[in-house]
Each structure stands twice: as structure tokens, then as C-alpha cells.
Design a protein around this ligand. Structure first.
Ligand SMILES: C[S@@+](CC[C@H](N)C(=O)[O-])C[C@H]1O[C@@H](n2cnc3c(N)ncnc32)[C@H](O)[C@@H]1O
Length: 310
């Protein structure tokens, strides 16, 4: 019984759409990159890599086979005859869309209903919720829940400030173009424009055109073990927010395997929720110029840095 439940839980799709801004990968992917590694997640963050015609090999890595299978279904959408039919098929403004099948996305739907009860009539797009009278109580509750959910209490994070900062950063992108803001309010996209701001016609069309010329390899493995098997082979790594999943020992494994796998000047893009990104190694240095390009990433909730092999 326990193992069957465990297997069911392990096989459940967690991410069916983005909770990260793929424009980040698009803006920092080196034009010389040939071999790329990308954490699968929902699979949509892979599309910017596929839209780059200089990529020859793409490793799609995830410890969850369910996520990898989901990526295959996302890439099958590139068979749609046109971007318009792709949009019709995913139908992003419908709560029944396949975009919202994952447990993560279904949680958002539930959360938006709860928040609507909490904030009342003010809970609508474009409203600065940080200026509402309910905000202080909301932050108190949310900060308490976040603190409880975070295992490593080592970092002295000021959760109320972090929550306010992330919401203010989120509001930097207009509501009509901001899928992540709409997802908080509605649990789904409210405008096709917001979806297109993440998966543009250009990205989708280029990915469709390049797909036959890129060797895709699906890897169901711990990413650090996979990278440990590579030596000077990888030009770019989209590491998602896997840092948030790593314990101290795994972090050391990552610090050892990443520089070894990267080619000279190879780059890796890190995201982290709440925790600062600090890497103690003399083989990687932050490319602050490129990190600067990422300041306006649309979710507002990630710390994000690009490191380069030296
Ligand atoms: C936060 S999710 C990214 C999903 C994101 N929504 C996206 O837009 O694609 C991180 C993904 O990393 C995978 N993951 C976490 N730790 C991993 C590890 N050590 N090795 C490989 N995959 C890992 C999880 O299974 C999950 O699919």
C-alpha cells in the first residue's frame, strides 16, 4: 500500500506550465553554445533553447520521469501547423487548459480562491495589494507559512520584506502582459498576450523549424550525477531552481561537477527562491553583466545569477 501510494505520488505531474520566466534563458544564452543542458520541469523553458539555431545537442534532465514524459507532450505541440493553432490547442485563458493540470498549477487555482475571500473586491488585476489594509495580516500569515515550509532556517531571511519585494517586482510588468500576476489573481492566464509574452510566436516558430536539426536526449537522473559524467562538454546549463532542492552534501557535489562538465567559458543559469545564491569555488565566477540583464524577470520571486567557468 505505502509503496503504491509512494509510486502514485512520485508519478504525479507537478509542473505542467512555467513558474519561471523563459525570457531569461533567451537573453543570456551564448550564441556560441552548441551543447546545452536544461532541467525539464514543465518543459516550456526548453523552447528558447530549441529556438536557437546554433544548438546541436540538448540534454533535457529531470529526476522525475513524469516531468520528462510531459516535456515530450509539450514538444509534440510543435507539430501544430501554426502558432495560432498552437494557441487554440493550449487555450491558455481557459481553466480547463492542459497548462493547469499539474499539482503546482492546481494549487494556484485554489490559492487564488482563498486570496479572493481574504482581499475581497480589491483582489483584481492591476491593484497594488501591498497598499491594501489586508496586506499586513496577509504578510504575517504568509511569512509564518513560508518560514515553517523552509527546512534550512539557517539563513536569517526577513520573510515579510522578501514577500513585499517579490510582489513589487512582479508589478513591474503590466498586468495585461504578466502571466504570473494573472495566475495569482485568476489561477490561470487572463489574456493570450500574457501567455505570448512567455512563449512568443517567434520562439515557437523558430523552435518548430530547428527541432529536426537538434539532437534531444532525455536524461532521467540527478543533474549533479549527470554533470559529473561530463568533462568540458557543456556550453550552457539552465539549472532552474534546483539549488532550492539541494542539501549541503549535494551542493558540494554540484560545485565539483558543474565546472568539470562546462567547456571553457561555459555558463550556468541559477535561480533560487528566497535563499541567496552563494557559490564558494575558484572555478566559477558570476558574470555580473549578464546577471544584470535578468533583473526584470517577470515572476519577481527568484534570485537569479549567471556564472561562468574561468
Ligand atoms: C521548480 S521545478 C522547475 C519547474 C518549472 N516550473 C519550470 O518552469 O519548468 C524543478 C524541476 O527540477 C527537478 N529536480 C529537482 N531536483 C533535481 C535534481 N537534483 N536533479 C534533477 N532534477 C531535479 C524537479 O523534478 C522539477 O521538475
Amino acid at each position: 500500500m505505502a509503496t503504491r501510494l509512494g509510486k502514485m505520488k512520485k508519478n504525479k505531474l507537478k509542473y505542467s506550465f512555467l513558474n519561471e520566466d523563459p525570457n531569461c534563458e533567451q537573453s543570456v544564452l551564448p550564441s556560441t553554445a552548441r551543447t546545452v543542458v536544461c532541467i525539464a520541469g514543465s518543459g516550456y523553458r526548453v523552447l528558447p533553447m530549441l529556438s536557437a539555431n546554433h544548438i546541436k545537442t540538448l540534454y533535457i534532465v529531470d529526476q522525475s520521469q513524469t516531468q520528462l514524459d510531459h516535456v515530450r507532450s509539450v514538444l509534440r505541440l510543435l507539430k501544430e501547423p501554426s502558432y495560432e493553432s498552437f494557441i487554440r490547442t493550449v487555450n491558455p485563458t481557459s481553466s480547463q487548459s492542459l497548462l493547469y493540470k499539474g499539482s503546482h498549477e492546481r494549487n494556484y487555482k485554489m490559492r487564488s480562491r482563498l486570496l479572493r475571500l481574504f482581499f475581497g473586491s480589491q483582489f483584481q488585476g492591476g491593484v497594488d495589494l501591498t497598499a491594501t489594509k489586508q496586506w499586513p495580516l496577509f504578510v504575517k500569515i504568509y511569512a509564518y507559512l513560508l518560514k515553517k515550509s523552509k527546512s534550512d532556517h539557517s539563513e536569517n531571511v526577513n520573510y515579510p520584506d522578501y514577500i513585499k519585494m517579490t510582489f513589487q517586482r512582479l508589478m513591474k510588468t503590466a498586468y495585461s502582459k504578466n502571466f504570473f500576476w494573472q495566475q495569482i489573481i485568476k489561477g490561470r492566464a487572463e489574456t493570450v498576450e500574457a501567455f505570448a509574452a512567455l512563449i512568443s510566436e517567434r520562439t515557437w516558430t523558430d523552435a518548430k523549424a530547428n527541432l529536426p536539426n537538434i539532437e534531444i536526449r532525455y536524461v532521467n537522473e540527478d543533474i549533479n550525477e549527470f554533470l559529473a559524467s561530463k568533462k568540458n562538454e557543456i556550453d550552457f546549463i539552465s539549472y532552474s531552481n534546483v539549488l532550492n532542492y539541494l542539501g549541503p552534501v549535494q551542493k558540494l557535489a554540484m560545485i565539483a561537477s558543474v565546472p568539470r562538465a562546462l567547456t571553457n567559458q561555459g555558463q550556468i543559469l541559477f535561480r533560487s527562491y528566497i535563499n541567496e545564491i552563494q557559490l564558494i569555488t575558484d572555478q566559477l565566477k558570476e558574470n555580473t553583466e549578464k546577471t544584470k540583464l535578468l533583473e526584470n524577470e517577470m515572476t519577481g520571486s527568484y534570485r537569479i545569477k549567471l556564472y561562468e567557468k574561468i
